[in-house]
Write a protein that binds this ligand. Structure first.
Ligand code: PDD
Length: 282
């Protein structure tokens, strides 16, 4: 079951006019919210990032936080899996094709649920491979925009190379992955790029930094050079669906020992424990 403009229906029945600005211009924003045991994880943080994205494209938030939560809870209840991945999508609505913002048009609001597929035990045991590429996206990567063509092309480079993710660099500095944030272990320190306009402020990224702090793990938030990434002892990728995943092969070369390392083990365990504790309290 999906949600479309105030109604709940089977996805086969959902229809969008071809003049929707999401279809014509990619003019919209989205969120992906993981749901564990029917409870949305970090919902306040996802809703505040949604607000940031809407402000970034100058589209008024069509709902209050309470309204969003009630739609989200209803949609979760209407779908079977205990663990879901909720996709929330807002476009500037349906209007005659013209780049300028249309006047008096209602936004299109769409939400769907898919089963949440987190990394398998084998993936966590062996890690995934990644490649590197130049980050050729725009300069507002902090907006979770639905116009994802550069991310799609960059991710496909990884798939074509038999890898799972593409690590992106702007002027030799790490920004993020094509659909994830990246952490680097250098020496005995966890490094994370700063949240700015060059990367999406990941909800999982924030959780990982909070856990590192809580564990007394040495960490630094600063610009990270490509050399540091290529000589890292560990690399991690994070996202709402991939949680904390180790990268063990970069551009065909082993990362550190070539196996998931101790920073990954601690952060992964802490993430799972935190997730379960939050779900019990919610
Ligand atoms: N993507 N950076 C980019 C470019 C992303 O697309 C994502 C997530 C992240 C991680 O953010 P978070 O921890 O809030 O999931 C970072 C989602 C999952 C997607 O597009 O499917």
């Amino acid at each position: 079951m999906i949600y479309l403009n105030g109604e709940y229906m089977p996805i086969e029945e959902a229809r969008i006019p071809v003049l929707d600005r999401g279809f014509i211009f990619g003019d919209g924003v989205y969120e992906v919210i993981p749901v564990y045991s029917r409870k949305p994880f970090r919902i306040e943080e996802h809703l505040s990032r949604l607000e940031h994205s809407l402000n970034g494209i100058r589209l008024e938030n069509p709902h209050s936080g309470e309204e969003w939560k009630s739609i989200i809870h209803r949609l979760i209840a209407l779908n079977e899996p205990e663990d879901q991945s909720l996709y929330l999508h807002i476009t500037r609505g349906v209007a005659k094709r013209d780049h300028a913002f249309p006047k008096g048009v209602k936004p299109t609001i769409f939400m769907m649920s898919n089963p949440l597929v987190t990394p398998s035990p084998q993936t966590l045991e062996s890690g995934v491979s990644a490649i590197t590429a130049e980050d050729n996206r725009w300069l507002r990567c902090d907006i979770k925009a639905i116009s994802l063509l550069p991310n799609v092309l960059l991710r496909q480079l990884a798939i074509d190379a038999g890898a799972a993710e593409t690590l992106l660099f702007r002027e030799n500095l790490l920004t993020e992955g094509a659909a994830s944030n990246i952490f680097v272990v250098s020496g005995n320190t966890l490094l994370a790029p700063p949240k700015d306009n060059l990367m999406l402020p990941g909800i999982t990224y924030d959780v990982v930094l909070e856990l590192a702090q809580g564990q007394g793990m040495p960490f630094e938030v600063r610009r990270i050079s490509k050399e540091e990434v290529c000589s890292a002892s560990e690399l991690l990728l994070t996202s709402s669906t991939r949680e904390v995943t180790p990268i063990t092969l970069l551009d065909g070369k082993a990362v550190g020992s070539g196996k998931p390392g101790p920073f990954f083990a601690r952060l992964h365990d802490a993430y799972q424990a935190f997730k379960h504790a939050v779900m019990r309290r919610a």
